[in-house]
Design a protein around this ligand. Sequence first.
Ligand SMILES: N[C@@H](CCC(=O)N[C@@H](CS)C(=O)NCC(=O)O)C(=O)O
Length: 205
Amino acid sequence: MALAHKGLDYKAVPTRFLDVPGIEDGASTTIPVIRDGEKVIADSFAIALYLEEAYPDRPTLFGGSGGETHARFIERWSQLTVHPYLGMTALTALHGMQDEANAAYFRQSREVRYGKTLEEVGAGRDVGLAAFRASLEPLRSMLAYQPWIGGSGPLFADYIVFGAFQWARIATPYRLLDDADPIAEWLARCLDLHASLGQRVSAAA
Ligand SMILES: N[C@@H](CCC(=O)N[C@@H](CS)C(=O)NCC(=O)O)C(=O)O
């Protein structure tokens, strides 16, 4: 979304978990990683900061230095509040999408991270749904003031949270939000951005 926002051409390389350590001579233990000429950058936020600095004449991803620091708050909120529950809904489905070797790696690494089996993690999703929806209230009530986290148009902060929901959307059909929820409407707007880029990956059935 950040690359599309900047209007940059790119080639995407889908990568399996076990292939991540081999990317760009071991540049990172996680994806995304981008190469731009001689530059290799890992981590979504670092990539967005790099794009902002390298392509200042393209549409801004942050709207200035205050936007960069505020976006870090959104990123921390997304990772610490939004991601854990989305992971709970999506883990077993993500496991089911892997080949044998990647499934074994995914199970082992995630079970260590969560301290439970994947099935035990997933079993908490119905019980946790109402609390998850309530935890999104700051975003929901913000949408009564402005259509995007970025204000009148989307910024990287929108893509951070959208990316988390997109991860769940392509993994599981589990209904995270009520259709009438303003957050569901905002997600639909995100899916329409940049020639409906987000819709090029189908929702899980
Ligand atoms: N905060 C990082 C998180 C990246 C991340 O966790 N990536 C996962 C996949 S989406 C990964 O590469 N995991 C590798 C592994 O589990 O071995 C970012 O946004 O770039």
